[in-house]
Design a protein around this ligand. Structure first.
Ligand SMILES: C[S@@+](CC[C@H](N)C(=O)[O-])C[C@H]1O[C@@H](n2cnc3c(N)ncnc32)[C@H](O)[C@@H]1O
Length: 270
């Protein structure tokens, strides 16, 4: 099946549902949900609850929490992606569509830019934002750990602030490599390990200000406490680099952004 044929199987909400029943995960391996240890299937449910809860206020919270910095980090990612007219681009965990929107403009009418996410609430916000800009791009509701795309298909793949939430990051990275063309580039933008001298003020900000903002703006402090905890549990720059190499990516490098608050990792499939 060619990827665009997937659209024909869209459900009523206009979002692809995968088209087949996903295999049930093996029972009760444990993983982290923030600082809690939970069964893997429990993490998937809890992450889904977080993003259903925050979807409507996601964009305004992003601007407030990062004082607009997420836009700078994304602009750097877009520049490093170097998307050209005609490129096939996959944005994984694309949520409200910031990256897909930029790539769709760069890839132009001969390109193919997919906005995908596992969460229907986030994806609906993204779909509506793109449609409101007059952009019609393919959209798919799918799990990064089981991508519904053929091998060797995309010129560029991005995942921004999504990998942290995935249960089997190694499986997701292997899937990303599988669907990347030889010569294609994967870009992973994610929170990372901040420069040591900034650690304490960053902790105070993360564990006091973020949940407070979450409560005031989105009426949800728990989701923003999860955000702070999940950042602390996420692999640091060197560990993620090693994971990408293990997944078979070459020339892996990373760029610290804002003293390591975020980092962009890139790798090529040779
Ligand atoms: C913090 S948001 C990032 C959204 C967007 N990329 C951005 O940078 O603004 C994280 C996204 O990851 C998605 N996500 C979590 N686990 C996923 C998975 N296994 N597969 C695909 N998307 C996933 C969530 O649904 C959520 O929309």
């Amino acid at each position: 099946m060619r990827p665009w044929e997937i659209q024909a199987r869209s459900n009523v909400s206009g979002l692809y549902n995968g088209g087949f029943p996903y295999a049930q995960p093996a029972m009760s391996n444990t993983t982290h949900f923030g600082y809690q240890t939970v069964a893997e299937e429990e993490k998937v449910k809890k992450v889904a609850e977080v993003f259903h809860s925050v979807a409507a206020k996601y964009d305004v919270m992003n601007d407030l929490m990062s004082a607009g910095l997420h836009r700078v980090w994304k602009a750097f990612t877009i520049a490093q992606a170097g998307v050209r007219p005609g490129f096939k681009v996959l944005d994984i965990a694309g949520g409200t569509g910031d990256l897909a929107k930029a790539f769709a403009k760069q890839a132009g009418p001969t390109g193919e830019v997919w906005l995908t996410d596992i969460n229907e609430s986030m994806l609906k916000v993204g779909r509506d934002r793109l449609l409101n800009k007059g952009m019609i791009t393919p959209i798919a509701l799918c799990d990064a750990e089981k991508l519904p795309f053929p091998d060797n298909y995309f010129d560029r793949i991005t995942v921004a602030f999504g990998l942290r939430n995935m249960t089997h990051k190694d499986a997701a990275l292997a899937e990303m490599r599988r669907v990347l063309k030889p010569g294609g580039k994967l870009l992973v933008l994610e929170f990372s390990k901040v420069w040591e001298p900034l650690q304490r003020p960053y902790d105070v900000y993360s564990f006091s200000v973020l949940p407070w903002l979450g409560k005031r703006i989105a009426n949800d402090s728990d989701s923003y406490r999860y955000l702070a905890e999940s950042i602390r549990m996420h692999p640091d720059q060197e560990t993620l680099k090693g994971m990408m190499e293990t997944a078979g990516l070459d020339k892996v490098e990373y760029f610290n952004l804002t003293a390591g608050v975020a980092a962009l990792h890139t790798g090529i499939k040779l």
